[in-house]
Design a protein around this ligand. Structure first.
Ligand SMILES: C[S@@+](CC[C@H](N)C(=O)[O-])C[C@H]1O[C@@H](n2cnc3c(N)ncnc32)[C@H](O)[C@@H]1O
Length: 367
């Protein structure tokens, strides 16, 4: 997923003509209305750029980490994170007022459930996606192009950069932020390993496999299997850093290339994890056509994607889909939409293995 996908979506700004937040921020809409307005939400809360950046700023300074061992007075916190005490106090007070951190008597602050999510290295930590860095301004520019995206269907990324995120990545050797998803790749690998049996296979090809976290896990689990890791050359150049510590480099061929030209042949099983959602239907069809051309009739394909579903789980995939629209012109799809894409490329969807929160593995075979 492009790094830009990590951008949270509340980055719009509720301003009056004078540039201020509407007084009190209390433009309440009907709570839990039959028209779908969420309970307790106000339009200003839903559009609050200041809230987002207060929390992002605190995440950037590592304030939640400084509170990991317990509540602390703001003076101690300021020293720990090298902040201006007054600015830190006012920002923390504001964050606490919207439910992130708890303010205790004596200008003491503590973590609460929401603030726990800002700690580093904890399961499900949101800190990596909230830290303000050089990409933040770029992402804001991209999001500010939403009127253009709405008018034309073209992503904000394309409008700002003139090319797509992966075309940009291809030109940016050494910068593989777009492809590194270590934690999630390991989780996905274990799901893939549970969902399918590779013991009769000889070669597994991971197309758009990033720096090899998933393929490395598969090769570790099956010591007689060999792998081909296929991705953009600039991404493949970084793969040894992932594969060497796993001790699988001798069984893993590194193949840099362009999946819109061709993908490696000779695999018994092909992995395509979070690749199709980066592209609109025409480009996704081109990738699948190249896979089909490379695969024998006996080979099989495992597609990992977030599916747009019905019901309460849909919110996550619908949010992801909006991010894809803005970030690079990709899209999330329903199972039926995937089945249709696969069928057009000469594949049959044989079964689906749900993983969690809308994530699924789609098992497909030529035919
Ligand atoms: C969203 S990432 C998925 C990475 C990995 N499969 C995973 O599940 O974490 C999409 C991958 O497609 C790769 N990619 C994009 N365009 C490509 C191209 N034209 N040829 C080969 N790989 C490409 C990207 O570099 C990136 O690693």
């Amino acid at each position: 997923m492009p790094a830009e996908s990590n951008m949270k979506m509340a980055d719009t700004q509720a301003r009056t003509a004078g540039g201020a937040i509407p007084a009190g921020g209390k433009v309440r809409t009907r709570a839990a209305a039959s028209d779908g307005t969420p309970a307790g939400a106000s339009l200003s809360q839903l559009t609050q750029l200041y809230t987002s950046f207060a929390i992002r700023g605190l995440a950037t300074l590592g304030v939640a980490d400084a509170l990991a061992s317990g509540p602390a007075p703001v003076e101690d916190l300021a020293e720990a994170v090298q902040a201006n005490t007054d600015a830190l106090y006012r920002t923390l007070r504001f964050a606490a007022s919207v439910g992130v951190f708890t303010e205790l008597p004596g200008r003491v602050f503590a973590l609460n459930t929401a603030a726990e999510g800002l700690r580093s290295g904890t399961p499900g930590s949101m800190r990596p996606s909230l830290v303000i860095d050089d990409n933040t301004l770029t992402r804001l520019r991209m999001l500010a192009e939403i009127p253009h995206t709405l008018s034309t269907g073209e992503s904000g990324y394309h409008k700002v950069h003139g090319i797509g995120p992966f075309e940009a990545a291809a030109k940016r050797a050494g910068n593989v932020r777009v492809a590194v998803r270590p934690g999630s790749a390991e989780m996905l690998a274990s799901s893939v390993l549970q969902a399918d049996d590779f013991s009769a296979d000889r070669v597994v090809v991971d197309v758009g496999g990033g720096t090899g976290a998933m393929l490395g896990a598969v090769l570790t689990r099956y010591p007689r299997l060999t792998g081909v890791l296929f991705d953009l050359p600039s991404v493949i150049a970084e793969a040894p850093k992932t594969l060497e510590p796993l001790g699988v480099t001798e069984r893993c061929q590194l193949a840099g290339g362009d999946m819109f030209q061709a993908v490696p042949d000779g695999g018994d099983v092909y992995l395509l994890s979070f690749v199709l959602h980066d592209w609109g239907d025409d480009r996704a069809a081109a990738i699948l056509a190249n896979l089909r051309a490379a695969m024998t009739d006996q080979a099989r394909l495992l597609v990992v994607e977030t599916l747009i579903t019905e019901g309460p789980q849909a919110a996550h995939s619908i949010q992801q889909d909006f991010m894809m629209l803005v970030n690079g012109g990709g899209r999330e799809r329903t199972a039926d939409e995937h089945a249709a894409l696969l069928a057009d490329a000469g594949f049959r969807l044989t079964r689906m293995t749900p993983i969690r929160a809308g994530l699924s593995i789609l098992h497909a075979q030529p035919g």
